[in-house]
Design a protein around this ligand. Structure first.
Ligand code: 0X9
Ligand code: CA
Ligand code: ZN
Length: 429
């Protein structure tokens, strides 16, 4: 959800509206003249704006939204529903239903292929299951991948939000790049060998499948809510300052930013929580789209982030932005989320930094705005977007390697299988 626009009259208007069933069938894409709805106007934070094109604003609307617009006298038109099936063509024929983008089964197959092709370097882990029983996969990449070595750990997450297809591709391509280039690129070799990099490209598999097969604009997971609506916003379901207020997330199940019934009520966010709790990450990126901006905590309030780790976190955001821009001139802004974007509570990065002290970033991938295509990146843009983001990712991993301090050894390091191996070899000389 790029912009959550609120206009002043909504609060009093919505109270008098008929209850909104929020069934997916009731969601309709509408369009209206952009000048009728000033973007900066304070109010209707529920509006889920997709894009602006030729002076018209396209919005995923609930019956409640439409009633609100009616009440405000703002005229809108219904748009034909786009199911997500690409027009017939070479991409569709060659790349499956969603062209070069990955569906859940395609991603699963590719992760297993990478593991098979690079047995010592790549290992597929299952972090948990989605509501509908799909696996949430993590690919670990490192030398001696089967061992838990004393190396810097870094985490890249993708696709909390179903319709942000590019956010699956970027982390997956990072994984592939590290594996394919380790023997030919010494920088990649250092990164692979001196870190344990984890790639979790698809946090919301049920939502992605729904977006591909049923409704392209789907955002949330597929929780059947009590009121008959579907979906919890996984990026409002994490446990740090969860539900702090109703502007950073919504208590209404039919809302696009519904926070769920409790922190980590959803198996998808709970899987990330449990996984991160078992490891010691020194950096985390959660890819989203769109906006071309690198955001760090806090998102929950306009309180400057400070204290331990905050300075490194800010400096790294600037560093990533610079590396990325150097690649081909694409500008990614950077800043604290609550100042640079809008308030959010219960997002991944606030929790990662707040509960674990991990420098954590939301990277909103291209394009920069809804006027440049919003969630719909051409397939030809996938690789260039990946390559420029690779620069930022490598920079982050290298910094994690640089600051990593191995746990103090007490002279009994022989208890750790990995150290015993190298220590033994050296000791034998
Ligand atoms: O609203 C979100 O969850 C993210 N944007 S998106 O358009 N991909 O949905 C932004 C989250 C940014 N994080 C914070 N503001 N804390
Ligand atoms: Ca290793
Ligand atoms: Zn998102």
């Amino acid at each position: 959800m790029k912009r959550i626009i609120v206009f002043a009259l909504t609060a009093c208007l919505t109270a008098s509206l008929a209850p909104d069933s929020g069934h997916t069938d009731d969601l309709r894409v509408i369009s209206l003249e952009a000048r009728l709805l000033p973007r900066e106007a304070p109010a209707a934070r529920e509006l889920d704006i997709l894009m602006e094109k030729d002076g018209r604003l396209y919005i995923v609307s609930t019956p409640r939204d439409r009633a609100t617009l009616d009440a405000l006298g703002i005229r809108f038109a219904f748009e034909p529903s786009y199911s997500g099936l690409p027009a017939a063509g070479p991409a569709a024929a060659g790349g499956g239903l969603n062209g070069d983008y990955h569906s859940y089964p395609e991603l699963e197959a590719e992760l297993l292929e990478l593991e098979a092709a690079y047995p010592g370097l790549a290992a597929v882990h299952i972090l948990g299951q989605s509501l509908e029983g799909r696996n949430i996969y993590g690919l670990k990449i490192s030398d001696n991948v089967g061992l838990d070595e004393d190396e810097a750990e870094v985490l890249f997450l993708g696709c909390h939000h179903a319709r942000e297809w590019i956010s699956v591709e970027v982390p997956l391509l990072i994984a592939r790049h590290l594996l394919e280039n380790r023997t030919v690129d010494s920088r990649v070799r250092d990164v692979v060998d001196r870190s344990e990099t984890w790639i979790v490209p698809l946090v919301n598999p049920d939502g992605l499948e729904y977006s591909i097969h049923v409704y392209r604009y789907w955002r949330k997971n597929r929780r059947a809510n009590d009121d008959g609506s579907f979906g919890v916003d996984l990026n409002r379901n994490y446990g740090y300052e969860w539900g702090r207020d109703n502007s950073g997330s919504s208590p209404l199940p039919q809302s696009a930013v519904y926070r769920g019934t409790a922190p980590f009520s959803e198996p998808e966010s709970a899987a990330v929580r449990d996984f991160v709790g078992l490891r010691s990450f020194l950096g985390l990126v959660s890819y989203h789209s769109y906006g071309q901006i690198i955001l760090y905590p806090w998102g929950y309030a306009r309180i400057p982030v400070e204290g331990e780790g905050a300075e490194r976190m800010k400096a790294l955001a600037e560093g990533m932005s610079g590396r990325l821009e150097a690649y081909r001139g694409t500008r990614y802004a950077f800043g604290q989320a609550s100042y640079s974007l809008y308030l959010t509570n219960g997002d991944t990065t606030d929790w990662a930094f707040g509960d674990h002290g991990i420098p954590a970033y939301t990277i909103e991938l291209s394009p920069v705005s809804d006027q440049d295509g919003g969630f719909f990146n051409a397939e030809t843009e996938i690789l260039p977007i990946f390559y420029e983001n690779l620069e930022a990712a490598l920079y982050l991993i290298e910094d994690c390697i640089a600051v990593y301090v191995p746990p103090a050894t007490d002279g009994r390091a022989e208890n750790r299988p990995d150290n015993r191996a190298s220590g033994g070899a050296r000791g034998g000389r």
